[in-house]
Design a protein. Sequence first.
Length: 175
Amino acid sequence: ILDEDTIRDIDIFTNDLCPVSAQTIVCIFRKAIRSTQDTILYWYHFAIKYDKRIDEVSVNNKVSKKKATSLVYHEIKQLLPDITDANLRHIILKARKIRTLFSAVGVEKIKQVSYSANAISGLSYTQIHNIIEHVTNFKKSSVPSGLTKLSDAKVSESPTSPILSTHISNSSGPE
């Protein structure tokens, strides 16, 4: 069963008879950004639940973390038979990188992200830790009233150089 928003979205995407307004384009843009942010939030929660399940299996079965990880992996794999082992390992790594980043900087920061989950998961752990350090230092510094949003973050390839260069904006940005 489709809800009203989904039906409206289908109409926006498929109706070639109506003229396209800037407002329609902006609406689609905002939904795409929100979708990207929702995807990141899902992977964040996937990693949390996955690791919580590992902890539960380890305690309940009195096995090592390594053995519990293997058991949980196989439980998940049985329920996702179309996913290859390599893809599942990659997905788990992606989710854990997202969790590592947003557990440290705050899950509320997901609403400020314009990068995809894949772009974030493409970062090395060194880059992720540099971002965490940068955001933590930014939070500690005094920011003039009304200027609180990080935007236009750029990722550096060099793990020794600063990872983010930021532009502080007082605009609300995409929501």
